[in-house]
Design a protein around this ligand. Structure first.
Ligand code: AMP
Ligand code: MG
Length: 330
């Protein structure tokens, strides 16, 4: 299959909408990461998403919408809490899990009776979704397990020849995936941390939320079970920011014959060793994280990342880093 590269103009936007309505897969930019769009009302199109990505069939997809009415079209029940989030936060980098209507096929929800819904804030995502004029399922537009793509070039790297088109928009501003908030039961549960923090959600809801990110936890999001965000080379993660410890670890790897790289807050502290800046603040770290991993895996054979921020947002970055490093915390 030839993958068309489409631009952000009226003709190509209309074409991307037409492709989606005709059951094709189109990758598109959002503020979090690039998504792989399919018509949520077309079962064959949705199923082809799993094949294109190599995604396990029991990892449900998020349905993307551009207006609030579409949420009511696919959710069977919108609780008061959900209404507060919809009215006060959306559009935003948050996904809400709600009871689903029958119109939402089980292949989207991996057989669950709930559906995950998101209204992106990025103007380009909204223009695309509005051109589609149907709800659009969209997981990240990468091969399953790889770091998520934050530019259209990274989408091409993974999915060229496997999807109909890539809508070539801007680089993603947030850089990590949305916060997933389950509002289908009595207690609000954060299933995946993101840029919208539990505190912000609690303020809007006026009640406590529980953060459930332990992969072994019974109440969880199917997707958190899988290998995720992994670079092609081994990776270790330090949470102390201790220069001496990192230096010793790096030198040990060199002795073993590796050509490692440090992904750290202050690369200048490591002299002539290979060292790259992870970002000057949490927002920058998140924005560059997946791109950093993809650049470094092509140049070095061992990544040693260090991240010691303890802010609320840092928790979502840590969640990604721990999984990129396959839990190899030093
Ligand atoms: P991705 O598309 O890679 O960003 O992953 C989507 C995330 O949303 C995964 O972690 C899924 O487990 C989660 N998700 C999607 N639908 C549901 C649902 N109905 N209930 C719980 N989690 C969901
Ligand atoms: Mg993904």
């Amino acid at each position: 299959m030839k993958t068309q590269l489409l631009q952000f103009n009226d003709t190509d936007l209309a074409l991307s909408g037409e492709l989606i309505r005709n059951g094709k897969l189109v990758a598109f930019p959002t503020e979090t990461v690039y998504g792989l769009g399919a018509n949520a009302l077309d079962v064959a199109a949705v199923k082809s998403t799993y094949a294109a990505k190599g995604r396990p069939g029991d990892n449900p997809l998020i349905v993307h919408v551009y207006c609030k009415q579409q949420i009511y079209d696919i959710a069977a029940e919108v609780s008061m809490a959900a209404e507060k989030i919809i009215d006060n936060l959306m559009p935003a980098s948050i996904t809400v899990v709600l009871p689903k209507r029958n119109i939402v096929d089980g292949c989207i929800t991996a057989g669950l009776d709930t559906v995950a819904i998101r209204m992106p804030s990025s103007a380009q995502a909204r223009e695309f979704l509005s051109a589609c004029n149907v709800p659009v399922t969209a997981p990240s537009a990468n091969i399953s397990g790889r770091p998520s793509p934050t530019t259209w070039r990274r989408v091409k790297e993974d999915l060229d020849g496997r999807i109909s088109a890539i809508l070539c928009g801007d680089a993603c501003k947030v850089g990590i995936e949305s916060t997933v908030l389950d509002l289908s039961g009595g207690t609000p549960l954060v299933l995946r941390p993101g840029v919208v923090t539990p505190n912000q959600i609690e303020e809007i809801l006026g009640m406590p939320v529980t953060v459930v990110t332990d992969p072994k936890s019974k109440v969880n999001s199917p997707g958190v079970r899988y290998k995720h965000y992994a670079p092609k080379v081994p990776m270790a993660l330090d949470l102390s920011g201790d220069t001496q410890k990192l230096t010793a670890y790096y030198d040990g790897l060199v002795k073993q014959g590796y050509n490692p790289v440090l992904l750290v807050e202050r690369p200048e502290k490591f002299g002539s060793r290979n060292a790259v800046c992870i970002g000057g603040n949490d927002y920058e770290v998140a924005q560059r994280l997946f791109e950093n991993l993809r650049v470094l895996e092509s140049r070095y054979d061992y990544i040693v990342a260090s991240f010691s921020s303890t802010t609320a947002y840092a928790q979502s970055i840590l969640n990604r880093l721990i999984r990129s490093a396959a839990n190899n915390i030093i």
